[in-house]
Design a binder for this molecule. Structure first.
Ligand code: PLP
Length: 402
């Protein structure tokens, strides 16, 4: 028993060492600040907090009421929203509650195909969304753009009740203003899942869709750099009450109070000038890295990126499973990923996804990320001699937690 506890603690330590010794390019990850981590592990975890501030199902919540209200306020400030629910345990749960607030079971949802950058919770057949709703997918056009014209056509033919915008791997631009006009004209609702780009939106670097959507959902741990979890935002008064009741009791019992206090610190850090500079650097790093891949002869789905991530094709170059595993061995983390209209299997998709949130948190700048892109190209081209040692050196120069 004693031995296994030591082993367990050792694994926690080993994971931190692995984080410090890896260059993490996984687009959905980031590093929370020590403050957020510390305050998401507080004694408040002991409290049961079903319900909402001043309206709980257990007594003794008065201090947590204050904490939840402050967290709501910070998230509203961050996204200029009139309403926020900070209780969802995850992005998936936020999406489930949001969809439940907007439409009825079996209603038609129009969402981007999973292989083109959509998310499981937007209608994948094995997810609640695919099982409970009538899903029609849209695709990117033949040049890998999200085409308003294509969307307009499919909307006219399919007459969906809900359009989902916001993706897991799209590097282009979403024309929210145009699509909002279309939704008013054609009587469908818009759910914007900004999970990946919420940090860039909160800094004003990407268009904020809050006034062009009925509901906005996000994770809190990607570009937003917070503690893991979800949030739901809206400026449409019609949905405020519905969202709250879809989260509790619709989705969950008690929220996780320590994680809500962690979210407070994360949001507070984003409401700060340093965070704006951080997100500006993410965009610079992402563009430089993509340019380096293109310069070395590799293809992305678009030859630009508008956010923290992009896809690189490995078609006819190498096997993406082997590549991902090999990179991990030398200390670089990426994830294999579908390319739009990919006909390969989900286990062995044709490309990989790169995201710059983590390296930018470690203070990597222009030349540093160019170097990392060149190391990855060297690995693909089997010029691997010094890559592992160079990765270690970079990790030492740019620690995550000093
Ligand atoms: N929505 C999008 C667009 C995502 O990319 C993700 C996760 O990567 C989620 C929702 C789900 O978030 P979670 O893993 O917290 O459930």
């Amino acid at each position: 028993m004693h031995f296994s506890l030591i082993k367990f603690l050792n694994f926690l330590k080993l994971d931190l060492i692995k984080q410090e010794n890896s260059l993490n390019l996984i687009a959905s990850e980031n590093y929370s600040s020590l403050t957020s981590i510390i305050y998401s592990s507080s004694y408040i975890v002991n409290k049961y907090t079903e319900g909402y501030p001043l309206n709980r199902y257990y007594s003794g919540c008065k201090f947590f009421d204050f904490i939840e209200n402050k967290t709501i306020f910070e998230s509203q400030t961050l996204f200029n929203s009139l309403f926020s629910n900070v209780q969802p345990h995850s992005g998936a749960q936020a999406n489930s509650a949001a969809i439940q607030s907007l439409i009825n079971l079996k209603d038609k949802i129009l969402s981007l195909d999973l292989k083109s950058g959509g998310h499981l919770t937007h209608g994948f057949s094995k997810n609640f969304s695919g099982k409970c709703y009538n899903i029609v997918n849209y695709l990117l056009d033949k040049n890998n753009f999200l085409s308003n014209k294509n969307l307009e056509l499919i909307i006219k033919n399919e007459k969906p009740r809900l359009l989902i915008l916001g993706y897991s791997s799209y590097q282009g631009i979403i024309d929210w203003e145009y699509l909002r006009k279309l939704s008013l004209k054609n009587n469908f609702l818009i759910l914007s899942d900004i999970s990946h780009i919420s940090g860039l939106i909160s800094s004003g670097l990407i268009f904020n869709p809050i006034n062009f959507s009925d509901i906005v959902t996000s994770t809190t741990h990607k570009t937003l750099r917070g503690i893991k979890g979800g949030i739901i935002l809206s400026n449409n008064k019609k949905y405020f009450k519905k969202i709250n009741s879809s989260v509790f009791p619709g989705q969950q019992g008690g929220c996780i109070p320590n994680f809500i206090s962690g979210k407070f610190f994360s949001f507070k850090e984003c409401n700060n000038f340093n965070f704006i500079n951080y997100t500006k650097q993410i965009l610079i790093n992402s563009k430089i890295m993509l340019k380096t891949f293109i310069f070395r002869g590799y293809n992305s789905i678009l030859n630009f990126t508008n956010n923290h991530m992009f896809l690189i094709s490995l078609k006819k170059i190498t096997n993406s499973i082997y590549f991902e595993k090999y990179l991990e061995k030398i200390g670089i983390l990426v994830n294999k990923n579908f390319l739009p209209n990919d006909d390969s299997s989900s286990i062995n998709p044709s490309g990989f996804r790169i995201g710059l949130s983590c390296l930018t948190t470690r203070k990597f700048k222009n030349d540093d990320v160019e170097l990392v892109a060149n190391y990855i190209c060297d690995v693909i081209e089997k010029k691997i001699n010094f890559v592992k040692i160079n990765v270690r050196i970079l990790c030492k120069i740019f620690p995550i937690y000093k």
